[in-house]
Design a protein around this ligand. Structure first.
Ligand SMILES: [Zn+2]
Length: 85
């Protein structure tokens, strides 16, 4: 899913609901009496992107760990081969 689709999804989750009786705005996500709905949506988008960035960094860390593991195994093999000569 691309960035635009992600942001669209967040916007869809946070549709503004005018509830003048309560003196504030409500949001589809359940947030109530918002003074500034736009800021609320912007914050939700930032949160979503932040989570994505964190997930990407976690994935990178896993890949790096795997690479380190494989190269450690490779070094070990080489040491064994060198020792056998
Ligand atoms: Zn919301």
């Amino acid at each position: 899913m691309d960035l635009i689709a992600h942001i669209r999804e967040v916007i869809d989750e946070h549709v503004k609901r005018e509830c003048r009786d309560d003196g504030g705005l409500h949001c589809r996500c359940g947030a109530k009496e918002l003074t500034d709905h736009s800021t609320h949506v912007a914050q939700a988008i930032v949160n979503r992107l932040g989570l994505r960035r964190e997930a990407a960094e976690n994935a990178k860390r896993v890949v790096n760990d795997k690479i380190r593991y494989v190269s450690a195994l490779f070094d070990q093999e080489l040491t064994v081969l060198e020792g056998a000569e």
